[in-house]
Design a protein around this ligand. Structure first.
Ligand code: C2E
Ligand code: CA
Ligand code: CA
Ligand code: CA
Length: 275
């Protein structure tokens, strides 16, 4: 009835208000966060299963909010996209990641996440070449992680951007593979170097038959298309052994290390080298 509908609405109103208020205040704080130097990059190791050694790190953005503490990226990156801050923030991330990775051993790659909005931004190619030039990082050490949502629109521009990035020597990985709008046809049309198997499949691969089959299919698909594969979210020895046995090229996850601040990169490399 109308009464019920009205009652329901009124019931949810205060909660919606609180969410909206939190969002507005995060939005205001985000606009200041960059100049206040509240962002930092954490780094999580990438492990080469073929060579049995650490081969790089993924940069993961952290926001140290003065009052709220650590705000997870899932909670603020969507807002920065909506309010148009992802372009300067993404530029900061690329510059900082390249600058820091340039100081690491030269066999270490650096993987940087690029959001769909950021990818469609006209200036991305220049931002990437600028970050490489400023840091003197060799382009083949930089890997950009993009998600399937990039391919929802504008495919000719998307292809052009991918080719320009690849022409600089940068590698492209398709992140969260299998969770999105998966049309397999774009694997043929777009020049990816790597498929990143989403952690939801990795988690279930040792338990459910469905996920096991998907993991096997993705690894074989990648191999037959000349792409490498990486399993993310590896937390147990069983998952690691399974991915190795299936022929996955790389792995990443809490089993190796949680994301660490830049000051702990060197000790993380040493710890993984000493097994
Ligand atoms: P993602 O790119 O899929 O990153 C992997 C996420 O899984 C990270 O969460 C990482 O900390 C977490 N993770 C790593 N190993 C494990 C594991 O073994 N088990 C579990 N359960 N989780 C694991 P995080 O750092 O909270 O980042 C969340 C998302 O935020 C990222 O997902 C990415 O989409 C986005 N993000 C992070 N940094 C950036 C950035 O610099 N730019 C953009 N555009 N997005 C970013
Ligand atoms: Ca990623
Ligand atoms: Ca991912
Ligand atoms: Ca994700």
């Amino acid at each position: 009835s109308k009464m019920e509908g009205r009652g329901t609405w009124r019931f949810f109103e205060p909660a919606m208000d609180a969410n909206l208020q939190k969002r507005r205040s995060l939005e205001l704080d985000l606009r200041e966060a960059m100049s206040r130097d509240e962002f930092a990059l954490f780094y999580q190791p990438l492990y080469d299963l073929d060579q049995d050694r650490i081969c790089g790190f993924e940069a993961l953005l952290r926001w140290h909010h003065p009052k709220r503490g650590l705000v997870p990226p899932d909670q603020f990156i969507p807002i920065t996209e909506e309010i148009g801050l992802i372009t300067p923030l993404g530029e900061w991330v690329l510059n900082r990641a390249c600058e820091q990775a340039a100081l690491w051993p030269s066999e270490m790659k650096i993987a940087v996440n690029v959001s769909a909005t950021q990818f469609r931004d006209q200036g991305l190619v220049e931002v990437v070449s600028g970050a490489l030039a400023a840091s003197k990082l060799s382009p083949h050490r930089l890997e950009l992680e993009i998600t399937e949502s990039v391919f929802l629109e504008n495919s000719s521009e998307t292809i052009a951007t991918l080719h320009k990035l690849k022409a600089q020597g940068v590698r492209i990985a398709l992140d969260d593979f299998g969770t999105g709008y998966s049309s397999l046809s774009y694997l043929r049309s777009f020049p990816f170097d790597k498929l990143k198997i989403d952690k939801s499949f990795v988690r279930d691969a040792t338990a459910t038959h469905g996920s096991k089959s998907i993991v096997r299919a993705v690894i074989n698909l990648g191999r037959s298309l000349g792409m490498t594969t990486i399993a993310e979210g590896v937390e147990t020895i069983e998952q690691l052994n399974h991915m190795k046995a299936e022929g996955c090229n790389e792995a990443q996850g809490f089993l190796f290390s949680r994301p660490v601040p830049v000051t702990e990169v060197a000790s993380t490399i040493l710890a993984l080298r000493n097994g």
